[in-house]
Write a protein that binds this ligand. Structure first.
Ligand SMILES: Nc1nc2c(c(=O)[nH]1)N[C@H]1C(S)=C(S)[C@@H](COP(=O)(O)O)O[C@H]1N2
Ligand SMILES: [Mo]
Length: 399
């Protein structure tokens, strides 16, 4: 890359990083999610994406990604906590299954492929902090726009089959999951996550395929845990260790991270934090408009098809409603989903703008339990900036 080009792209990246801090509205708990741009720089196996950090790689998908029910591997978002990610992995990679088991296992990916029943599940991955940049005051963590999510067809083996092969000892109750990457410093806690045995349903799998291919390196090659319906902090990538315990094991990323106020609204006052917290688990109902994008220029009287995706934690999407008058009236979009309730449901809405000027599209999803997305300004604050699901909106210009 020429030096001049480098400066161009790094400037775009820093603008995206700074976001809209100047637009902070004092005293409110919500600010608009601004329009983020690609860094122009591509990581291996990825297209250029919105880039928050190089080491560890933190990449967000562009809005245009969310017009289709399946997210392409090379557009899929990336989040790692620790920078020391192995740079070379081969067939000798093993997943160790230990702790309270009758027989310790050291499984290669080949073992998983040859000696277990393969299963497939299409499921949405979403960071608990997706859309965090909408919260004000700003919580700690990556200031994601709304592209820290994707949906893929995963193939692998049931976690429960692997645990059965090892044989659980009496009293086995909690399972920890560790990936192959490491902290850069001794004192940084390792990223280890934990599930209770009762949370491990039949659709929780160790996946070795994503959309019919090996997992991209940055999405957890060679294997990752898939927990349909759950936020992706539990979807441990480059999974290398599964350990069984009889009691909850205290871990930094269980005790400190990925927790939310344990009250009816899962919210708290920045000056009076909730005393009790609970882990974030199932995703709430949410949608993203993939087309049109913010700042697009459209023609008066042209035929526009608004497209996007909606999902929740597994009950499925009943309706997606579109508003072009700021949420006063709503019209139903057409839905399509052949991939089940843990996958994205695609929505489409045909519209013809008859006036010139600014036009805002809003999308609101409603799930099969009757839960719907709140207006952005009604979202209540929590310290981790988790579970934001305000109604999405996109502003275009009609000429
Ligand atoms: N090994 C490992 N797995 C991990 C993480 C991590 O830091 N290390 N981060 C988790 C979090 S918080 C998210 S949002 C997802 C991101 O998955 P992706 O990079 O495939 O999009 O990975 C999860 N699994
Ligand atoms: Mo995350």
């Amino acid at each position: 890359m020429k030096r001049r080009d480098f400066f161009k792209t790094s400037m775009v990246a820093s603008v995206a990083l700074l976001g809209s801090s100047s637009e902070l509205l004092a005293g409110t708990t919500h600010k608009p999610i601004d329009n983020r741009k690609s860094s122009g720089v591509a990581f291996p196996e990825k297209k250029p994406m919105i880039t928050y950090s190089n080491r560890p790689p933190l990449l967000e998908s562009l809005r245009s990604t969310f017009t289709r029910g399946i997210t392409e591997n090379d557009e899929f978002f990336v989040r790692w906590h620790l920078p020391d990610i192995p740079t070379h992995l081969d067939d000798s990679f093993k997943i160790k299954v230990g702790g309270l088991v009758k027989k310790e296992l050291n499984l290669t990916v080949k073992d998983l492929k040859n000696n277990f029943k393969p299963v497939e599940v299409t499921a949405v991955v979403q960071c608990g902090g997706n859309s965090r940049s909408a919260f004000d005051p700003m919580p700690g963590g990556i200031q994601w726009g709304s592209g820290a999510t994707g949906c893929a067809k995963w193939k692998g083996v049931r976690l429960i089959d692997v645990l059965k092969r090892a044989g659980l000892q009496n009293g086995a109750e909690w399972i920890t999951f560790n990936g192959a990457e490491k902290p850069a410093y001794d004192k940084t806690p390792d990223f280890v996550r934990e599930l209770e045995l009762s949370e491990i349903k039949d659709n929780v799998i160790i996946a070795y395929e994503m959309n019919g291919e090996d997992l991209p390196y940055l999405n957890g090659f060679p294997v990752r845990l898939i927990v349909p319906g759950y936020y992706s902090d539990s979807w441990v990538k480059m999974l290398s260790e599964i350990t069984v315990y009889d009691k909850y094991k205290h871990l930094f990323f269980m005790d400190k991270g990925y927790r939310i106020a344990d009250n009816a609204t899962e919210s708290e006052d920045p000056k009076n934090l909730a005393k009790k917290t609970k882990p974030i688990t199932f995703m709430n109902v949410k949608s993203i408009i993939g087309y049109p994008d913010n700042d697009m220029v459209l023609r008066k009287n042209s035929h526009i098809v608004v497209r996007g995706v909606a999902w929740d934690g597994g009950s499925g999407i009943a309706k997606v409603l579109i508003s072009t008058d700021g949420g006063k009236t709503w019209d139903e979009a057409k839905l399509k989903n052949k991939n089940g309730n843990f996958a994205y449901t695609e929505f489409r809405y045909a519209y013809k703008p008859t006036k010139t000027g600014e036009l805002t599209f809003m999308a609101k999803a409603i799930n099969n339990k009757g839960e719907e997305q709140p207006f952005a300004e009604d979202i209540k604050w929590n310290r981790g900036g988790y579970k934001y699901n305000g109604i999405d909106s996109v502003k275009v210009k009609v000429i």
